[in-house]
Design a protein around this ligand. Structure first.
Ligand SMILES: Nc1ncnc2c1ncn2[C@@H]1O[C@H](COP(=O)(O)OP(=O)(O)OP(=O)(O)O)[C@@H](O)[C@H]1O
Length: 339
């Protein structure tokens, strides 16, 4: 059990290096450093958004935290228990508490199973008996996520994309989890439906006291739903702050570039922000740049950025940044940081 100030989830120096092999003997010739030493905490009842360009390691991080992937290094602590190397048997009861929602609701639902069977599966797998029977329990959950309980016997193809994502969400709720890791939960949906599913996630959070980690490349979705936001670049965490601070006063040049591409809704303020266009592609995680991984694309990079990796440090209250020359901080504190 956690006390109020203890994190529900604590990720410490987490790493995942996928081996790259060659030839018949599968000799290892390298490794994709998908996640390369990231640390963060998630507190009860909050939503942590995780953003970054495609390939920066967001999904791998989600899969490591839920132990769908084995980490190469580091630690995952959930409710005070180190689950990094816990056996599958011991993990089983904990799996109820930490569930994952995936991007594509269709491919993650078995087309040959009815909605009742899909949403009720966790009860059977975990061997749980419900008070009024599984059918009633499943119908209650369907109602909770805004689906018609009468549709218990229907198949996934009979539902729209938004409804299918609701089925995916219903399935994760069956075991009353404490934490949900949602990997791009709305990116496969029509824009008109996205807001409904985001609102549903928010309603469920309030009703069921859930804690979320929401992984998304859409910065508007993350801005809407998150309390705090973590920014990843090439397997590293470069900035972590309260939502408002991150969107209004980003300190890492990479975050600043990401934010400059987010449309400002107020037409009067539309010209307030200059769009920063990053040069070049994201380097390969097979051979990431040394020291600061962003230096090859950073307009502020100086000699130190090529030889020394900047640590993630707290430069303002609840605002951590990994950069030798952070933006929006006074000159004095920059000098202090880079000294
Ligand atoms: N099983 C795997 N084997 C080898 N490399 C992998 C594997 N899974 C992911 N990767 C690589 O790890 C890196 C990070 O991938 P990941 O899917 O975590 O990124 P992402 O930020 O979630 O991207 P996207 O938004 O496109 O899903 C990528 O270079 C990817 O190709």
């Amino acid at each position: 059990m956690t006390t109020p100030n203890e994190p529900l989830l604590s990720v410490q120096d987490l790493q995942k290096h996928f081996p790259v092999t060659k030839g018949l003997l599968k000799r290892q010739v390298g490794a994709v450093k998908a996640v390369d030493g990231i640390s963060f905490d998630v507190f009860k009842g909050e939503t942590l958004g995780v953003v970054g360009e495609s390939g920066c390691g967001k999904s791998t991080m989600g899969r490591l935290v839920t132990r769908l992937l084995e980490p190469t290094g580091g630690k995952v602590v959930f409710e005070g228990q180190d689950i990094t190397h816990m056996s599958q048997g011991r993990l089983r009861p904990l799996r109820r508490d930490m569930q994952m929602i995936f991007q594509d609701p269709f491919s993650s639902l078995n087309p040959r199973h009815t909605v009742g069977a899909i949403v009720g599966a966790p009860f059977r797998i975990q061997g749980i008996k419900t008070e009024h029977g599984t059918k009633k329990a499943v119908q209650d959950i369907l109602e909770l996520v805004g689906l018609n309980p009468e549709h218990y016997n229907r198949y996934p193809h009979e539902f729209s994309g938004g409804q299918r994502q609701r089925i995916g969400i219903a399935r994760t709720l069956a075991l009353k989890p404490k934490m949900i890791i949602a990997d791009e939960p709305v990116s496969a949906l029509d824009v008109s439906i996205q807001a409904q599913v985001v609102n549903l996630l928010e309603d469920l959070q309030n009703e069921l006291d859930l804690t979320y980690v929401v992984i998304a490349h859409d910065l508007s979705v993350v801005r809407h739903i998150s309390d705090r936001v973590a920014v990843m670049y090439l397997g590293k965490l470069v900035e972590l702050a309260d939502r408002k601070d991150l969107y209004e006063s980003p300190m890492h040049p990479y975050t600043n570039a990401l934010m400059s591409a987010v449309p400002i809704p107020d037409p009067a303020r539309r010209n307030d922000r200059e769009r920063i266009r990053l040069q070049g592609d994201v380097p390969s995680p097979l051979s990431p740049p040394p020291a600061c991984r962003f230096h090859t694309r950073c307009w502020k990079a100086q000699a130190i950025c090529k030889v020394e990796e900047p640590p993630l440090v707290e430069l303002a209250p609840r605002h951590q940044v990994a950069c030798h020359f952070p933006e929006n901080v006074s000159k004095e504190s920059t000098e202090a940081v880079s000294a």
